[in-house]
Design a protein around this ligand. Structure first.
Ligand SMILES: [Zn+2]
Length: 278
């Protein structure tokens, strides 16, 4: 996407009248109950929002017209044909249960042959990776009560979007964890903006993702920006949608300058494309 088209694509969110912004925002995220997707579950029109759990994790609930709606992130590892069980607790204590049948979705595979020394981490790197993995998975479980004003997101940097979310990678025949975000092609130094209004909950320089920022948008909706050249935001800082938070880079284990962009709901990575306008 050219810079001009990128700016134009931001324009509706910034200058459109309220009704126009709501009209497209209401259709995002595009819901479908597949691995890496988002399921939309109507919860009825009670006065207070029900509290919804999937296993041990709180689920995003927001008002949509007359009713409350849960938007449930479905893990890439969820088995097609399996059922996810949601529990919705009304303010009065009544509990209602919902089942989500996981539908199949095919993601591409990529087989790479690489010298063994490049895939096996040294003891030191493994220790560091393990420590960071524990820290990041804790951060990604963040749940704050305030609901986001919209689930629609701005593309966080201008550039072509890869459709590599969910790509299963095999190094020398061994499965790696699938690609859990979207890669956006942009040159080093390109400003990175917040995809939605939120608060900075983590910044760091990590082994695989390099310089990274994680934003909390409320109700378990988080975004993550990785491989940054620069971090221009501090933990606890509030950022508006479209506010500059850093610069595109190639830090961490990156093949070249690009922005890795992930979206999390109830602690699982879901396809960022579902939250973006075409
Ligand atoms: Zn990536």
């Amino acid at each position: 996407m050219s810079r001009r088209r990128f700016l134009l694509s931001l324009a509706p969110a910034l200058v459109a009248p309220g009704w126009a912004a709501r009209a497209w925002a209401a259709t995002l995220p595009r819901a479908s109950a597949v691995p890496g997707g988002v399921a939309r579950i109507g919860l009825g029109a009670s006065e207070q929002p029900p509290r919804v759990h999937l296993g041990g994790d709180r689920v995003l609930v927001m008002r949509d017209g007359d009713e409350w709606v849960a938007f449930v992130g479905i893990a890439l590892g969820a088995k097609p044909g399996s059922k996810l069980r949601l529990e919705a607790e009304q303010a009065g204590g009544a509990v209602e249960r919902f089942e989500i049948a996981v539908a199949p979705k095919k993601y591409a595979s990529q087989h790479l042959k690489v010298p063994p020394g490049q895939v096996d981490l040294s003891r030191e790197h493994l220790t560091r990776y393990e420590r960071e993995r524990v820290h990041l998975s804790e951060v990604l479980r963040t749940f704050t009560d305030s609901a986001p004003a919209t689930l629609a997101m701005l593309q966080p940097a201008p550039g072509e979007r890869s459709s590599s979310f969910g790509l299963r990678r095999y190094f020398n025949g061994r499965a790696r964890s699938p690609h859990n975000g979207m890669d956006i092609a942009a040159s080093a130094g390109t400003p990175v903006i917040a995809a939605n209004a939120g608060r900075v909950i983590d910044t760091g320089d990590y082994f695989f993702p390099g310089r990274t920022i994680i934003l909390d948008h409320g109700q378990g909706l988080l975004t993550l920006y990785a491989h940054l050249e620069a971090i221009d935001a501090a933990v606890a800082q509030a950022v508006p949608a479209g506010g500059v938070i850093g610069k595109v880079g190639a830090t961490g284990r990156s093949t070249g300058a690009h922005l890795h962009f992930s979206v999390y709901l109830n602690a699982v990575a879901v396809d960022p494309a579902l939250f973006l306008q075409d």
